[in-house]
Design a protein around this ligand. Structure first.
Ligand code: NIG
Ligand code: FE
Length: 416
C-alpha cells in the first residue's frame, strides 16, 4: 500500500488491460494487470503478479478495478461538431427517397449549414458543440478532432476554428482542429470553383495558419465538391504553411483522391467506400491511415462498403470515427459507431477497439496516447465490462465506469 496519499497519483489494480504496447505494431491485453499514474502520465504498467517489484516508494491512491476492463481513452478522429442549425428536414427528405447528392445539388446539404453557421456567434457555436461533445465524453472519449468547413469564407472559418479551440477550455478533452475550407462551393462563387480554390489557398488558409488555429488541412474530393486538381492546389498551400493534410475521399465515387492524398503523405483518407486496389496500395506505401465512417454509410443507406480485407492485407491501419455532422451522420456515440463498423463493415470487436485508440491516434499523429504504455498520457477508461467485445455487443448500452483525463478522474459512476 502507499506510504502517503497524493490526490494526483493513482495505482489502478486488478484490471483487464486492453491495448497495451508490446511492440511498434503489436498490442496485447493483460488479463489481470495494474497501471500507475503519476503527474498525469502512465508511470507503470504490468501484470499484477509483478506488482511487488514496483510497489516501493510510490505515493498514491489505490483503486481496485475488480476485474473490469481498462482501455486507453477513446479518440474520435473525424468530426464536424461545430456548426449552426440542424438538418432534420433532410433526414425526412432522404426517407422519402431523395439522395444526399440530390439534396446537395438543390441548395440543401452543406450549404444550408453554412447559412446557419455564418449567423451564429463563436460563443454559441462553442456552447452547442460542447453540449454535443458531452455525449461522446460520457462514453470515454478523451481526444476529438473537429473540422471547420461550414463557413466557406475567411471570417466564418476562423470563427469555427476558434470555437473548436474554445471547447478545450470548457471540457476535459483535447481538441485537434482541421481547416476544411475546400468542403463545398459557397453560393457567392457559383460557377467559379477555381476562383474559390484560389481564395482558399491565398486568403483563407494563410489567415488560419497565421492564427495557429488549424493542426491540419482537409478537403472533400467528390463530384459534388472538388476535383483532384483543385484539392492538389489546397495541399500545396498546406505544405507551404507547414500543415499536414487529410482528405474526404472516394465516399460516393472513385476520383483517385486517396492516391493524391498519399502523394502528399496524408495523415488519413476518410470514408473510402469506393477505394480501389491502386488506392489501397498508395496509402499503404505512404503510411496513411484509412478512416472509415460507418455512420455516414448508415444514414445515407449506402451499399458500397470500404475494402476492409484489402486494407488488412496491405497492413493499412484502420481508424473509425463518428463523422458527427448535421447532415450525413448526426451520430453522437462512438460506441454505437464501433458496433456499426463490426456489423456493417466486418471488423472484429478487437479491431474496432484498436480503430478508436491506437489507429485513431495515428490518424491524428498523436504519439503520446491511444495505447496503455509507460510515458503516455494517462487518458484511461475503466469499463463496467469484462472484455473488449462488451463495448460493442449491446447497442445503446454505455458501460463507461470511470474516465481519467491527464491522470485525473473526470467522470465516474458509483463506487470503486
Ligand atoms: O464527412 N463528406 C463530406 N462532408 C461531411 C458531410 C457534411 C454534411 O453533410 O454536412 C461528411 O460526411
Ligand atoms: Fe466528414
Amino acid at each position: 500500500m502507499s506510504k502517503s496519499t497524493s490526490p494526483n497519483n493513482y495505482r489502478l489494480i486488478n484490471a483487464r488491460l486492453a491495448v497495451v504496447v508490446s511492440s511498434e505494431t503489436e498490442h496485447r491485453s493483460i488479463a489481470n494487470g495494474f497501471v500507475d499514474i503519476a503527474n498525469g502520465v502512465i508511470s507503470g504498467v504490468g501484470e499484477m503478479s509483478t506488482l511487488s517489484q514496483y510497489n516501493d516508494e510510490i505515493s498514491c491512491q489505490t483503486i481496485d478495478c475488480k476485474g473490469r476492463l481498462m482501455t486507453p481513452g477513446l479518440i474520435d478522429c473525424h468530426t464536424h461538431l461545430v456548426y449552426g442549425g440542424a438538418r432534420q428536414n433532410e433526414f425526412e427528405q432522404r426517407l422519402t427517397g431523395l439522395s444526399y447528392e440530390a439534396i446537395a445539388r438543390s441548395g440543401g446539404g452543406i450549404k444550408s449549414t453554412v447559412a446557419a453557421t455564418r449567423k451564429t456567434s463563436v460563443d454559441v457555436l462553442a456552447q452547442r458543440a460542447a453540449e454535443r461533445l458531452d455525449c461522446l465524453l460520457a462514453e470515454g472519449v478523451t481526444t476529438v478532432e473537429i473540422k471547420s468547413g461550414y463557413g466557406l469564407d475567411t471570417e466564418t472559418e476562423l470563427k469555427m476554428l476558434s470555437a473548436a479551440r474554445k471547447i478545450e477550455k470548457m471540457r476535459a478533452i483535447d481538441v485537434k482542429t482541421s481547416f476544411l475550407g475546400a468542403h463545398a462551393l459557397p453560393d457567392e462563387y457559383a460557377g467559379r470553383s477555381d476562383e474559390y480554390i484560389d481564395h482558399v489557398c491565398n486568403d483563407m488558409l494563410p489567415a488560419v495558419a497565421a492564427q495557429g488555429l488549424a493542426d491540419a488541412v482537409d478537403g472533400f474530393c467528390e463530384g459534388i465538391a472538388f476535383s483532384c486538381d483543385q484539392i492538389e492546389r489546397v495541399f500545396k498551400a498546406a505544405v507551404l504553411h507547414g500543415l499536414p493534410v487529410k482528405l474526404h475521399a472516394e465516399q460516393l465515387s472513385n476520383l483517385g483522391g486517396a492516391a493524391l492524398a498519399a502523394r502528399y503523405g496524408a495523415m488519413s483518407v476518410d470514408h473510402i467506400e469506393y477505394l480501389d486496389q491502386e488506392g489501397v496500395d498508395a496509402i499503404a506505401a505512404s503510411g496513411t491511415v484509412a478512416t472509415v465512417l460507418p455512420g455516414a454509410f448508415y444514414y445515407l443507406n449506402e451499399s458500397q462498403k470500404p475494402p476492409i480485407q484489402a486494407l488488412r492485407d496491405a497492413g493499412v491501419p484502420i481508424a473509425v470515427a463518428t463523422d458527427h455532422n448535421p447532415g450525413s451522420s448526426p451520430l453522437l456515440s462512438l460506441l454505437a459507431t464501433m458496433n456499426m463498423v463490426c456489423v456493417l463493415f466486418g471488423l472484429t470487436p478487437q479491431e474496432a477497439l484498436l480503430s478508436v485508440t491506437v489507429n485513431a491516434a495515428k490518424a491524428l499523429r498523436l504519439e503520446d496516447r491511444g495505447v496503455i504504455a509507460v510515458g503516455n498520457k494517462a487518458d484511461l477508461v475503466i469499463w463496467q465490462a469484462e472484455a473488449e467485445v462488451d463495448l460493442v455487443y449491446s447497442l445503446g448500452k454505455n458501460p463507461c465506469h470511470t474516465v481519467f483525463k491527464n491522470g485525473q478522474i473526470v467522470l465516474t459512476k458509483g463506487e470503486n
